[in-house]
Design a protein around this ligand. Sequence first.
Ligand code: TYD
Length: 207
Amino acid sequence: MGTRGRLITLEGGEGAGKSTQTATVVDWLQGRGRRVLRTREPGGSPLAEAIRALVLGQWDEGVTPQTELLLMFAARAAHVAATIEPALARGEDVVCDRFIDASWAYQGAGRGLDDGVLGTLETLVLGRLRPDLVLLFDLPPDIGLARAHRRGKGNRFEAEDLAFMTRVRQGYRARADADEDRYALIDAAAAPDQVRDAVRRVLEQRL
Ligand code: TYD
């Protein structure tokens, strides 16, 4: 039996440049001869992508925090079963643009949902699976929101205010502070090529 792949996730608030840096991580791993699967959340399997359209969409009736939480975890359950676990079992490294930490930061710290409930869903959906390395792209929320608005994709989260994004940032940073072995904090306010160099340095040190 071959060795399992590693799960590497990229996290951060709106406008942190994660999607660009996901390619940096993939290139770095492939350059070292690894087989890599690139994926994202919410989404990453056909069923999970269908749920993504629902949870990021605008609904006249509104979306309660509870609905949002359950859809995020429903998508994750499908994604883990259909995409992530099989790839790790085949020995591929999985690079995922957002994962479980986004639920702790957005639904937990951002929406104020209960830690106990999140922990129960985490155990239900992930079992013992956790990222081997989390790259946290940290930047002041005013800069992030300004970038996101310039890009103008306009999902429900980009319409959130500064107070919400400040709570999200604090939520992410608290998780990174509590587990320095698994998390790496990256200054995402820097220029893109500097951020890319910082990402490569972290990968050299940690993988
Ligand atoms: P996306 O357009 O992929 O945003 P980004 O480019 O910033 O990653 O939209 C994903 C949104 O979903 C993002 O605003 C964060 C949110 N989200 C949660 O609230 N909880 C979660 O568990 C996940 C995975 C994402």
